[in-house]
Design a protein around this ligand. Structure first.
Ligand SMILES: NC(=O)c1ccc[n+]([C@@H]2O[C@H](COP(=O)([O-])OP(=O)(O)OC[C@H]3O[C@@H](n4cnc5c(N)ncnc54)[C@H](OP(=O)(O)O)[C@@H]3O)[C@@H](O)[C@H]2O)c1
Length: 280
């Protein structure tokens, strides 16, 4: 009978950038044996500054899980370079939401997986706690290890079927970059009113956070506020007349989406008036 596998096996993280550093620190905080693989003196220095240990070749060969936290376009080549350095049966896992498992190439005796935290990490010291992570693998053993990793880092697991990865990732992108893009249109609207970008952001960021808290507390439909939710076509008409055309192009589809959220609560007349304005 083979020896039981440890529940917190040796993990090597390739790339001590924003996410790689944050993952390594989160795992180390929960006493996982974790080492990092660096490619330059500069990244070695950064790893040491973070208090992370750089893997020896012997540790790489003993690792049970190798997390690739390198830019998406480097995943295929770094995966090929790591395979011969890892023992057979070790797991090779990427962290890219946009990439399927095929980006890791043929398994060559390794187990493949993906571990994509739904968070925008700006600095390795950022906490991952409270965020979700999309896990994908065909191996029950690796799934168990990745889910333990998520739990220890304080993350909620989301299982993503490989065939729906693009739709999943599009949703993740809409809620991160999409929100930022919507916010940039809001800033432009305030600039039209003579307000500087700095003042606009200082005012709009807390407003955006309060709106998200509303969704957290009451859900999407009840958390959606503003003139569309009140069925106030007069206010929406004034907005459309006041905004520059490029902001109107963003305002219209977002408002139509809001109308879908609250339409059932409005009178048929109010709904029809809003549709006429927004679809024009
Ligand atoms: N940042 C996030 O919020 C976030 C969230 C979810 C998923 N992800 C995913 O996590 C992965 C890493 O993203 P990141 O934002 O952490 O990137 P990053 O901050 O740019 O860090 C990338 C790291 O990869 C190393 N690297 C670059 N090219 C390499 C190569 N050819 N071989 C070996 N190492 C290489 C870099 O080393 P040097 O330090 O030597 O340059 C750097 O340490 C990506 O797949 C990304 O999609 C990121």
């Amino acid at each position: 009978m083979s020896a039981p596998r440890p529940s917190r096996p040796l993990v090597v993280v390739v790339g001590v950038g924003r996410l790689g550093g944050a993952l390594a620190l989160a795992l180390r905080a929960k006493r996982w044996p974790v080492r990092v693989v660096v490619r330059s003196e500069e990244s070695r220095r950064r790893a040491l500054e973070l208090g992370l240990k750089v893997a020896s070749e012997e540790e790489v060969s003993r690792a049970r899980v190798c997390l690739l936290s390198v830019p998406d376009q480097a995943v295929p080549s770094v995966a090929e370079a790591m395979k011969p350095r890892l023992e057979r049966g070790a797991a090779l896992v990427h962290c890219a939401g946009a990439l399927s498992l095929t980006a890791l190439g043929p398994p060559r005796g390794r187990v493949l997986g993906s571990f994509h935290p739904l968070v925008a990490v700006s600095d390795p010291r950022d906490s991952l706690e409270g965020n979700s992570v999309a896990v994908s693998t065909r191996s029950p053993w690796l799934r168990e290890v990745l889910e333990q990793m998520a739990k220890d880092a304080g993350m909620r697991v989301l299982r993503v079927p490989e065939k729906h990865r693009a739709a999943y990732h599009a949703g993740a992108v809409l809620s991160a970059g999409g929100v930022v893009a919507a916010l940039s249109s809001a800033v432009e609207a305030l600039r039209t009113a003579g307000i500087s970008e700095e003042d606009a952001l200082a005012a709009l960021l807390p407003l955006a956070r309060s709106a998200l808290r509303g969704v957290e507390a009451r859900g999407l439909s009840a958390g959606y506020t503003g003139p569309i939710a009140r069925g106030d076509a007069g206010v929406v008409e004034a907005h459309l007349a006041a905004l520059p055309p490029e902001v109107v192009d963003v305002y219209r589809p977002l408002s139509l989406r809001g109308l879908e959220l609250v339409g059932k609560r409005l009178s048929p007349e109010a709904r029809a008036a809003l549709e006429r304005l927004l679809e024009a």
